[in-house]
Design a protein around this ligand. Sequence first.
Ligand code: ADP
Ligand code: MG
Length: 677
Amino acid sequence: MANTTELFGENVFGPRVMRERLSESTFKSLEETINTGKPLDAGIADEVAEAMKEWAMEKGATHYTHWFQPLTGATAEKHDSFIFPDFKGGIVTQFSGDELIQGEPDASSFPSGGLRATFEARGYTGWDPTSPAFIKYDGAGAATLCIPTVFCGYHGEALDKKVPLLRSMKALSEQTVRLGKLFGIDCGDKMAIATLGSEQEYFLLDEELYAARPDLIQTGRTLFGKPANKDQQLDDHYFGSIKSRVAAFMADLDAELWKLGVPAKTRHNEVCPAQFEIAPVFESLNVSVDHNMITMEVLRTTAEKHGFICLLHEKPFAGVNGSGKHNNWSIMGPDGKNWLKPGDTPHANAKFMTIICALMKAVDTHADLLRASVASAGNDHRLGANEAPPAVVSIFLGDCLTDIVEQIEAGGASSSKDGGHIELGVDNLPKLPRGNTDRNRTSPFAFTGNRFEFRAVGSNQSAAGANVVLNTIVAEAFDYICTRLETAVAGGAEFNAALQDILAEIIKEHKRILFDGDGYTAEWLEEAARRGLPNLVDTEAALEALTTDKAKALFSKYGVLSNQELESRYNSYTEAYDTLIAIEAGVTADIAKTMIIPAAVTAITEYSAVSAVKGVTDEMSVLLEKLVAGIAVLEAAEGEKAKIAAMNEVRAAADALEAIVPADLWPLPSYTDMLFI
Ligand code: ADP
Ligand code: MG
C-alpha cells in the first residue's frame, strides 16, 4: 500500500492540487471564498472547471456529476460525460465554468414536501466550493468527478439538506463574531466555524445471510428473529480484538476514505457482536457532514468487496444495541481557537461560561426541535431503549461545570469545589479542567471536555439536520446575550456585572435542562416530566415541533428556513415515516404468510404423527393460530400506531414459533447465524 501521507486526498481536488494547477490569482481568489466566505468570483470558474476536468481525466474520470443531498437523507448524482461533438465526426472534451457552477438536473421525483409542483419542477444544483470535489471509482473502475452542490428551486427555495446547513453556519458565525467582539476578540472579517466529528456505528453481515432475509433487503432491519441466547451480555465484543476478516475490511475502508480526504481516525468493535464504529478527526461542519455521507457510502461499497453487507439502520436487530452517530460539535472562533475549550485564562473562562449558559438556554428552549431533528422510524427503536439516550433531551455538564453554574446563579462569588476563589468577573475565574474526568454515557447532550456530544442522531441519518438546529438555536442564544450585554453597557453598566446578571438569570430560567444522573432510568423520566421537559416518544410526536410558531420564528429570523421551507420538511419527513411503516407492514405480512406459515404447517404435519411430541405440536398450533390472527389484524390496520402494534404481535408469534420449529425448516437465517461473523 502506498504511503499514507501520499494516499491521503489522492482523489480530492483539494488545496494541494489547486495550488499546482491553478494560476496564483485564481487560487488566491478561490481560497478566500473557501476560508472567509467571500462571494465566488464567477470569472474564475472557467479556469477552475478546466483544471478540474484535466485532473479528473488524468485520473480516469469520463463523467462529472453535481453531488447533492435531497430530503431523502441520501446523496444524489446524475452523471454527464465530458464529451462534446466536434461536428466533424469526432469529439472534444469540455467542462465549462457554467457547468461547474450550475446544473439543472430536473430531479422532480425527489421529495420537496410541497415546495414545488411537478409541473414547475425545475431544480438547480449550485457548486459549493467550500467542500472539495472528489473522484469516485465504482467497483468496475469507472470514475466520476463529484462536485458537492446545493440543490434549490427556481426561486431559491432550499430543496436539500446543505442549503439550510450553510445558512445556519453563517448565522452562527455572525453571532459568534459579535460575541467575540464583546469579549475583546476582533479578527476583522474572519468567520467563526462550527466543527463536527461524527462517530459512525454500523453492523456487518455476511452477504449470503443478507440475501436470505427479505426484511433486511427491503427495510434495513430484521422484522423477525428470536434473540440469540448469547449476544452482547458478556461485553466480550466491545473493544475486543478485531477478527482478521473484519480487520481486512477496516484497513481497506480506511485507505479508501483517506484517498477521498476523509480523516478516518478510530476503528473498533462495538457493544453488539457484528457491530463496529469508525470515527474521523473533526473538521469544518459542512465538510464533515459531506465526509460522513461519503463514509456511509464507502462503508457499503467496501463491505461488498469483502463479502459483507454493511447495515446502517438504527436497529437492524431487536434486543441488542442499535447504531447511532455521535455528533461531536464545537465552535472554532474567528481567532481559530476552540471556544468550547475551558482554557485557563480568566478572560477566556468568562467567554466559555457565557457559551455554556447560551447552550443551556438554547437546548432548553428548543429541546423539541433537537428531538425532531433526529426523528425517524429507525431511530424510534433506539431512543430510550436503554442503549441510547432517552427521547427526553437534557444536558450533562459534569461536576465541575455544574458547580460553577450554581455559583454564578447564586451571585457569582464563593469557593469553588477545590477550595479556590471563584467569581465570574473576568479577573478571577478559576482554572477550569481541560479534560472532563467524569463521563456520562446516558446523556443525549453531554459536555465532553472541549465539545458537546449530541448522541441521539441515528446511524442512518444525515448529520445535517441535527446541526442545522444546533447552529441556529445557539445563534439565537448568542444573539440574545449580545443584545442584553450591548444594551446594558450602552446604558452605563459595568461589563462584568452585567454579564453576571444576565448569566444568573439564564441559569435560573433554564437549569431544569441540566441532568447528570442516569438517563436510562424510569425515575429520570418521571423527574423530567415534573420539570416540564418534553418527552416526545416517537417520530409522529417529535415532528410536530417543526410546526410550532416558535420554530417558524426561529428559523425565519436567522434566514435558515422560511416558513414554507420548514413546512416542506415537516411534510416530507412525515410522509417518509408513513411510507416506511407501510413498507414494513407489507413485508411483515408477506414473510409471515409465505415463509413462516408454511414452515409451521410442515412442522405441525410432521410432528402430528408422533404422540411423544403432542405437547409441542399443540403449542405450535396455538402459535400458528395467533400468527394467522395477527396477520389479519395487521392487514386491516390503519394508521402507523396500529400497524406498528400489529407488526409486534405478528413478530411475537413468529419468534415464539422459531423457538420450537425444527431449525432446518425455519426459512430465515437466525440471529445466532447473523450476529457472529
Ligand atoms: P469518544 O468515543 O470518547 O467520544 P472518539 O474519539 O470516538 O471519542 O470520538 C470523538 C470525536 O470528537 C472525534 O471525531 C473527534 O475528532 C471529535 N472532536 C474532538 N474535538 C472536537 C471539536 N473541537 N469539535 C468537534 N469535534 C471534535
Ligand atoms: Mg463519543
